[in-house]
Design a binder for this molecule. Sequence first.
Ligand code: HEM
Length: 451
Amino acid sequence: MRADQSHAGVPAVTLIHPSGAAITTDPTGLTPAEAVAPSPAGSGCPLRLHGSTPSRSITAEGHLLRQHGEAPAVELPGGVRARVVVSHRLAQSLSADSEGISRDAALHWPGFADGTREVEGVIAAWTATASRNALNSYGENHRRLRAPIAAALTKRRVEAMTPDIEAIVEEALDHLANGPNVADLVPGFALRIPHQVIVRLFGMPADLMGPFYAAAAGLFDTSATAEEMAASMERVGLVLEQLVALRRASPGDDLVSDLIRAADEAEDPLTDDELRDQLMLVIIAGTETTVHAIGNILVHLLTHPAQLDLVVRGEVPLENAVEESLRLQPPAASVPLRFAVRDLTDAESGESFRQGEEILILLAAAGTDPAVHDQPDAFDVRRPTARRHMAFGHGEHFCPGAVLARREIAIAAARFLHRFPDARLATAPEDLTLTQSFISNGHQAIPVQLR
Ligand code: HEM
């Protein structure tokens, strides 16, 4: 997921999504004038969701939607209508219903598989089934595709990776230290970390590293068109195919070898194409989210000196700040899309979902639900409810990379603060621009004065 490019003063959003395609949203559809507002009674016009705009965050939009219930009907960019879930309780309950709620559009979105439903824009990209992966699958098929990923992303693997992560972070800090005193932390620091962690995690051999970096750089090229992005994905796919073939022939102590082993041991082993698609999902799901998570916590701490002080003096563990930052600004504000497998009614709220109805769980709203968190919009590293967020989802699709991601964020933040104790934003906080999206939830740039 990536937010980029300026268009008539309003940035467009290029989204890399797990289906294997890429798409740029129409920035002109994101004007503040079209803010969420109550529909005139009887007009039949749904509310509209815009995502973060230059004047309003997706979190603020979530608060406005909350005035219309726990799951108001909303038109998403691209014209698809969906029930947008804004309460933490209902978001958890629906995410945990692995039988009644599906992520598989081909199976559970009427008219999608046979092409009678026209889907455009961002949602078309996110529901496309060109690549079959754990994220867009359901039931037994989901469990089959996910199991090898989860088996490969163990705590043991994260422990073993920790010295590598520390070295990667130190290298990124050296890069910053050797550059100008005012730097953009997004490309200059945050982006370098998950990108290189993935390469080490995959056990990428030296001769594939060059082609991989060249192709993967295209995935994070902020000026790339949708076509260029799709071509980059194809090139990354080719490198991954070679990597799978190599690790089949000579397994090592790496995620790809573990994935192949676990996939082969399964009752219904994964094909090499399926393995490639799961690796692609890991790259996409594990990179930009982590970039934003690192950027978000640094922005939160640098703009809240008293909170930063608590962490630096060791009065509050840095891990609390990590959770509080994930709660307040989850790097994925939402991960489209889910569908009701059958007619459902939530007993507590009375909200009903008809079979095939589209559901978007707004993770950014769940994390700032006032029913769970006092003063939900405040950044408070001592908040007792900080861990009650859904930044990594919930239920069967819960992020299998959460342990790794938390480790990356904590090491990156701790080492940055240690190396640059006097760092401060080089712009007013209100001049930072959020990624203009209802999916990707970070900053487009984080200019910082390092010393
Ligand atoms: C701060 C960083 C990250 C955040 C915020 C994040 C968040 C998420 C979310 C919200 C989901 C969907 C959960 C749902 O639908 O209920 C997800 C799924 C997933 N994530 Fe992460 N993620 C992060 C890092 C990673 C990393 C580092 C990896 C792997 C290296 C990873 C791999 C995956 C995979 C494979 C899925 C699909 C799981 C499934 O559908 O069963 N993520 N992640």
